[in-house]
Ligand binder design. Structure first.
Ligand code: PMP
Length: 417
């Protein structure tokens, strides 16, 4: 009998039978409060009836209309609808399946459109696991270990991770921008730099929000040197941060936005958005793929957008996010072993540290495991995997946040210092 490869490492032992809203039900019938949402994917909750209905109807009409062969209605409609929510001027879309593919698509676009070879990424950023995306990932050596040589042409500048540096936000931001200028002087000349790839908040890198001054600094340098500002909204998009896009918190206008995860409520669908002018600079026909823009995934994405609007999920993410952050901070305040609690909207991380302030991976893992035993599913992140993160669906209720915080408080008190 064949088995799943140990290449896959699972965070919990749960074998799911079905999901509904914020809950997963395992094969023994036990209910779990899912504050992982499939790593920030099932924003409308598991199996939202409208998403299910849209997908079921589409399955009966057309499952796969290969998009370099024929065009289909869900893809055309989705492009139109996304135009209503994307930043102004980003009116041209290309679709793929995974976040990593969107990152690679943007890399191709940036290199072809500018004719420049290099990109700058920011320390702690995560952009995916395919080799180019892994080459641009610095949230942990584990993502690139053992697969070298990685892609050349990637340069890494600091992210304003104030807690990590032990500085205030302003000092960390000044440092990050100064080092970026130094990088231009020492590693990749601006005229050889095609793009900045940045997340509005480090996701896998430990749930660290950027800030307006940092983003303004990137925008200024991008404008000055003709560098593209590529915003990786794969984890932060579609209302997750309490605004539709994570970068809206920082009042910055990107040249390219990367989308995936929350876009289609669990169907594999990703994309990149840019201006028609910029997309027109890529080589025509240079991108494609067998499955990109799958008809069922697009129908699910259309339903997802409708649900986000009808149920005011962006506002709910903001309100429930505040409740979650406040509650997690209250637990953090009375726990010396939690050094920092931070986040935006429904992305909240608690960083575990030892008495001397070093990353405490063991306690974070123990807390995550114990929470799962008590019916609360969580994930860890950060370079040292010492940040426990909460990513409930956007449909989460106030009662479910309280339920999670009760378990969290109890588990932290029993496991951490
Ligand atoms: N970018 C960001 C910001 C992500 O969070 C992720 C996935 N966690 C990716 C890219 C890669 O997406 P995928 O796993 O779908 O390839």
């Amino acid at each position: 009998m064949a088995q799943l490869s140990p290449i896959l490492k699972q965070a919990t032992p749960v074998v799911v039978d079905h999901g509904e809203g914020a809950y997963l039900y395992d094969t023994s019938g036990r209910r779990h409060l899912d504050f992982t949402a499939g790593i920030g994917v099932t924003s409308t909750g598991h199996c939202h009836p409208k998403v299910v209905q849209a997908a079921q109807e589409q399955v009966g009409k057309l499952i796969h209309g290969q998009y370099t062969t024929v065009m289909h209605r869900p893809l055309l409609e989705l492009s139109e609808r996304l135009g209503e929510v994307l930043p102004s001027g980003l009116d041209s879309l290309f679709f793929a399946n995974s976040g990593s593919e969107a990152v690679e698509a943007a890399l191709r676009l940036a290199r072809q459109a500018t004719g420049r070879p290099n990109v700058v990424v920011f320390q702690g950023g995560f952009h995916g696991r395919t080799v180019a995306a892994a080459s641009m990932t610095t949230s942990g050596t584990r993502f690139g270990a053992g697969i070298s040589p990685l892609m050349a042409g990637v340069h890494v500048a600091p992210f304003p991770h104030a807690y990590h540096y032990g500085w205030d936000e302003k000092t960390a931001t000044d440092f990050a921008l100064r080092e970026l200028d130094y990088l231009f002087a020492t590693q990749t000349a601006p005229q050889e730099t095609a793009a900045f790839f940045v997340e509005p908040m480090l996701g896998e890198g430990g749930y660290v929000p950027a800030n307006s001054e940092f983003m303004a600094g990137l925008r200024r340098r991008a404008d000055e040197h003709g560098i593209l500002l590529v915003m990786d909204e794969i984890q932060t998009g579609f209302g997750r941060t309490g605004k539709f896009w994570g970068h809206e918190h920082f009042d910055v206008h990107p040249d390219v936005v990367l989308i995936a995860k929350g876009l289609a409520s669990g169907f594999p669908l990703s994309g990149i958005a840019a201006s028609r002018d910029l997309m027109g600079k890529a080589w025509p026909g240079s991108q494609g793929g067998t499955y990109g823009g799958n008809a069922v995934a697009c129908a699910a994405a259309l339903a997802t957008l409708e649900v986000i609007r009808e149920e005011n999920l962006v506002d709910n993410a903001a309100a429930r996010g505040r409740q979650l952050l406040d509650g997690a901070r209250a637990v953090g305040d009375k726990t010396p072993g939690i050094g920092d609690v931070r986040g935006m909207g429904l992305l909240v991380g608690s960083e575990f540290v030892t008495a001397d302030g070093a990353p405490d991976n063991a306690t974070a893992q123990a807390v995550q495991k114990k929470a799962a035993e008590k019916g609360l599913l969580l994930l860890t992140c950060g370079a040292y995997m010492n940040v426990v993160r909460m990513i409930p669906p956007l449909v989460v209720t106030s009662e479910q946040i309280d339920e999670a915080l009760d378990i969290w408080g109890e588990v932290v008190a029993s496991v951490a210092r």
